[in-house]
Design a protein around this ligand. Structure first.
Ligand code: APR
Ligand code: PHB
Length: 391
């Protein structure tokens, strides 16, 4: 049996950043992760950081490589009817911008910082289970390197993603859940070729949505709308490029092809559970909410949660004052629902609806035209995309 102040389940962006923020405040934590370090560092995820997210990572002392290698972008484009329309994000938001830097790289930086500090981060922790949540001293049981362990703590941070064990260990009837499944998936590729675009392009097309993104000056990240259960075997590289060419083509521009080094399909859903807390367990990031990737909000929202949680834990540690812990869920859910709405809105505006419903298609066209001609509408998109300061 060991003791710590905060037991963190999950070494994704949420858990690792929380550990770092607590470390700066002199609060002890143990991070338990089910997967191996190699697995966590290889998982390809999204890649758009809001300015507030970058600031937080810098404050946590892991901003150095982002500042060196991250690509600052001042706009994105929406494409429809064969034309691209730039949304000048910075002009519309008083100079704010986004940084393109892979979540995978964020995770590598955070893991390196944690190991450098010599603080406990246990990979391949098996059979994690949670006990006595309603008592003053919750406990976690797990197996590590063949031995059974028990960890006693003041608080558990459930940062273990959508399929983790933390939310699942809250008794039935406590949480209220809200969700929406979309009849879409994204087929994502990573290609070793210089990106053909300087800024992200979100393209609505009658064959389905496509997104042109990037990871670095030599790595392109492109996506195609597909079925949620799309079979990758039916997508040889040639077919992927052909489809990308069709969906993203505009006059006077060429999509340059290259070797595809990674391919995957992700389903899309919206999900929120309320409250984001039960007794001494606090849920953060994907453990509490999921957004479809169209708004690029998942990681940003996860880091907002842990910022709020860290502040609450610091206050609790300094003065035994639980006011901020009690306010945690309400405080987070305001931003969660703003991002849920924005992500749903972007998703429904850009994806080909089932059966190509003609009414919906006309509504999408009207909305896309409005967003790209009205400065007020464009600003609404821009301020959400770069991340609202106050929600
Ligand atoms: N025990 C220990 N660890 C677990 C368990 C478990 N039972 N179940 C899951 N985990 C680990 C996962 O292996 C993963 O490393 O928890 C971690 C959760 O990390 P993420 O899924 O990355 O979630 P989060 O940190 O909330 O980050 C949110 O990730 O999915 C994207 O779009 C999302 O960008 C957003 C970000
Ligand atoms: C990505 O680069 O992976 C990416 C970018 C924007 C999104 C989603 C994913 O909306």
């Amino acid at each position: 049996m060991t003791r710590t102040q905060v037991a963190i389940v999950g070494a994704g962006p949420a858990g690792l950043t929380l550990g770092r923020l607590l470390e700066s405040a002199g609060i002890e934590s143990v991070i338990l992760e089910a997967r191996s370090r190699a697995y966590c560092e290889a998982r390809i995820r999204a890649g758009v950081l809001e300015q507030g997210t970058v600031d937080l990572l810098r404050d946590a002392g892991v901003g150095e490589r982002i500042d060196r290698e991250g690509l600052v972008h001042h706009g994105i484009s929406l494409q429809f009817d064969g034309e691209r329309h730039r949304i000048p994000l910075s002009d519309l938001t008083g100079g704010r911008s986004i940084v393109v830097y892979g979540q995978t790289e964020v995770v590598k930086d955070l893991i390196a910082a944690r190991l450098e500090s010599g603080l406990p981060l246990l990979f391949e922790a098996e059979g994690v289970s949670i006990h006595d949540l309603e008592a003053g001293r919750p406990r976690i049981r797990y197996r590590h390197e063949g031995a059974e362990h028990e960890l006693e703590c003041d608080v558990i941070a459930g940062c273990d993603g959508f399929h983790g064990c933390c939310r699942a260990s809250i008794p039935p009837g406590v949480l209220r859940e809200f969700s929406r499944e979309y009849p879409y998936g994204w087929l994502g590729i990573l290609a070793e070729v210089a990106p053909s675009i300087d800024e992200l392009v979100y393209a609505r097309h009658e064959r389905g949505f496509a997104l042109l993104s990037l990871r670095s000056p030599t790595l392109s990240r492109y996506y195609l709308q597909c079925a949620p259960d799309e079979n990758l075997d039916e997508w040889p590289d040639d077919r992927i490029w052909e489809e990308l060419q069709l969906r993203t083509g505009v006059a006077g521009w060429t999509l340059v092809e290259g070797p595809i080094v990674e391919k995957g399909v992700t389903g899309m859903r919206s999900y929120v559970c309320e409250p984001m807390r039960h007794g001494r367990l606090f849920l953060a990031g994907d453990a509490a909410h999921i957004v479809p990737p169209t708004g690029a909000k998942g990681l940003n929202l996860a880091l907002h949660d842990v910022r709020v949680l860290a502040e609450a834990l610091i206050r609790f540690n300094e003065r035994g004052d639980e006011t901020l812990l009690d306010a945690y869920s309400t405080e987070c859910l305001r931003r969660v629902w703003r991002c849920e709405h924005f992500s749903w809105w972007m998703t429904t505006m850009l994806h080909l609806p089932p059966g190509a419903d003609p009414f919906e298609l006309r509504l999408q066209s009207a909305q896309l035209r409005y967003v790209t001609t009205s400065p007020a509408q464009a600003r609404a998109l821009a301020e959400n995309y770069v991340g609202l300061e106050a929600v």
